[in-house]
Design a protein around this ligand. Sequence first.
Ligand SMILES: C[S@@+](CC[C@H](N)C(=O)[O-])C[C@H]1O[C@@H](n2cnc3c(N)ncnc32)[C@H](O)[C@@H]1O
Length: 278
Amino acid sequence: MELSAWIEALFPKEFLQKVFRLLPNPTFEQRMRWDLFKRPDYAYGVYRAALTAQALDIKKLSAIEFGVAAGNGLLALEEVAREVSRHTGVDVDTYGFDTGTGMPPPIDYRDNPYLWQAGFFQMDEKALVSRLTQSRLILGDFTQTIPGFVEQYSPAPIGFISFDADYYSSTISAFQLLKEDHAYFLPRVLCYFDDMIGGDWELHSHYTGELLAIDEFNQQNPHMKIAKINGMGQKRVVPNWWHELMYAHHRFDHPLYTKHVFPDKNWQLKLGDEVPTN
Ligand SMILES: C[S@@+](CC[C@H](N)C(=O)[O-])C[C@H]1O[C@@H](n2cnc3c(N)ncnc32)[C@H](O)[C@@H]1O
């Protein structure tokens, strides 16, 4: 066993992550493996999307955040996009959608108004715009800004979406984007859903909020699904709750859905071989 494997076996992963955080210049691989990005969920999603794009010979993709608020997530998404582009050679455009004026009024109990209320999470647009380097900020209610978005912006295929608009109703509105033509999407879109766990006040279930929105989307769309990435936590080194929040949007009748992307182009097993896990 190599020294690094011994070290990993001997020390708790959370401890090693803290050690890696002290490195002055961690490599991209170290940042990915040890979740050193500010938003490791965004980093994982955008990186996996870029690898899929590479495998499909797609040179540029789009990453979207629904629900921007002050802009911390969008700034983190920009950083991830920059790093992933540098590492993979796949360009990543970033978009942020938000009212700009905070949460709209909740429609009913399905929006979990016991947690969120109209006017929460207002944006200082000027301050945010002054810090953004490449993102397009699309302001207005999703119901107003999603229709016409693809015509106006001609986005590169969308490969990652963060759904962070809290409400059931807003998540349903954001899903309208998924109705657009396959040309605007990778066949599988990595998704992050922010509002499924939360703190102790948040009692999320399949009867309200994002989980209900996903269930309804899946009931209504036989050829498209939004499905949890099964066993996500098993694929990652450092245990964390974001693994529970990672989904993939599958577009089964996308012309590229069935195209083989696995790196090994002739996967064979000799008797006695271990099955590779990634
Ligand atoms: C929790 S905040 C987002 C936090 C942000 N993603 C971050 O990581 O810092 C939720 C945001 O969703 C936006 N939002 C909720 N419903 C919306 C809708 N129907 N249309 C546009 N924006 C909406 C709100 O304005 C609010 O800023």
